[in-house]
Design a protein around this ligand. Structure first.
Ligand SMILES: *Cc1c(COP(=O)(O)O)cnc(C)c1O
Length: 376
């Protein structure tokens, strides 16, 4: 059996290496390393894929969040609501911009912002909400948008883990995640569902003015060269990564189906176990399974991880420390923040290997091993 990895980037590359190698060599030959034609082409293709008017490429998913927040014209101390149960980048940029991250509770079954708890976190200083489509599951956007509208708040979707996921509205309309809020941000970190061979990120929006402003912010606040209208940063997707991503975007839907097939296999294998709760699939959306994350009931999680590791099966805890308990936010008076669901999940989740290249032997071995430990 092929060694099991959380993500098998090498095998995926080997399937597409002819195309990728040619595209990379073309960029090398053109020597248009920065802002070459591939950057523009990929951005246009991604805009069409997401169904948005504008895609602004940038250096990584963290920058995408930062640029989006800079474009909202917020003032120091303004509050931005995010889940605590997310990757640190979501909240870190809020603090970096001297804004105040306010942690809201997530829903126990879906892992995303709980609309009821979100509304309770709103104060007169709240200016924006950043829902995260965690593990590839769309957050309940319809409810989040209606709360945002009611209170006049901006919505930035952190779509780093869910590119390609679909949201179905009550009126029958469907939209890709990242195209629903005022702004969507994503990451092309190699292990993400649409991964580059290095760093990359992008911002999506239907708002012409925000798009223009974010383009300028990502480029030192300039529209005309050497005339700088606002303080920005330097955040670019390079041409080699764009050329690679252009090819991989064409395969994204097939990659998503491969991930969903792995999730189906796991779901079935664990269906009968009362100690394993398989991921909820929200009826309002299509999950793209960036991670396959179980909730364990009365199982020694450390013991399970160790048992699996001895059998050469990797597993991960996303994330062991929630945002409101991170040292970097010690100054925020988070002692008063009470997020029982987040704390509960932090102790009970475990993510199993999931990627586009898994075979039945690996899946059988993983599921049998998990069940062997859990039911012995
Ligand atoms: C990966 C990730 C990011 C940051 O992306 P980078 O490209 O690593 O900067 C932000 N938010 C979430 C939820 C992520 O998973």
């Amino acid at each position: 059996m092929r060694p099991i990895q959380m993500v098998d980037l090498k095998k995926q590359y080997h399937h597409i290496s002819d195309e990728i190698n040619k595209a990379v060599l073309d960029v090398l030959e053109s020597s248009a390393f920065i802002n070459g034609p591939a950057v523009h082409e990929f951005s246009e293709n991604l805009a069409a894929y997401l169904g948005v008017k504008h895609v602004i490429p940038c250096a990584n998913g963290t920058d995408a969040l930062q640029i989006a927040m800079m474009a909202l014209g917020l003032k120091p101390g303004d509050e931005v609501i995010t889940p605590s149960f997310t990757y640190i980048a979501t909240t870190e940029v809020v603090a970096l911009l001297r804004l105040k991250p306010v942690f809201a509770e997530v829903d126990k079954q879906g892992f995303c912002l709980d609309p009821e708890q979100l509304e309770k976190a709103i104060t007169p200083r709240t200016k924006a909400i950043v829902p995260v489509h965690l593990y590839g599951q769309p957050a309940p956007m319809e409810e989040i948008l209606s709360i945002a509208e009611k209170h006049g708040l901006h919505v930035i979707e952190d779509n780093a883990q869910a590119i390609g996921a679909m949201y179905h509205f009550e009126n029958g309309k469907s939209s890709k995640t990242g195209s629903i809020g005022h702004i969507g941000t994503t990451s092309f970190f190699p292990s993400k569902n649409l991964g580059a061979y290095g760093d990359g990120g992008a911002i999506s929006t239907n708002d012409d003015q925000l798009a223009e402003k974010m383009r300028m912010i990502a480029n030192h606040g300039q529209q005309k060269r050497y005339y700088h209208d606002m303080v920005g940063c330097n955040s670019r997707l390079d041409s080699i990564q764009a050329a690679i991503l252009k090819i991989k975007l064409e395969k994204l839907d097939a990659y998503i189906e491969a991930r969903r097939a792995v999730a189906d296999y796991y779901d079935q294998a664990f269906e009968a176990s009362e100690k394993i709760k398989t991921p909820w699939r929200a009826p309002y959306g299509k999950h793209v399974f960036h991670q396959y994350t179980l909730q364990l009931e009365n199982v020694d999680r450390d013991g399970l991880q160790k048992f699996l590791a001895e059998k050469n099966i990797p597993s991960m805890i996303y994330y062991p420390v929630p945002g409101h308990r991170q040292k970097m936010f010690d100054t925020l008076d988070n002692e008063t923040v009470d997020l029982p669901v987040t704390d509960w999940l932090t102790k009970r989740v475990i993510s199993l290997p999931i990627h586009t290249e898994m075979d039945k032997d690996q899946l059988a071995y993983i599921t049998q091993s998990v069940l062997e430990y859990v039911h012995n």
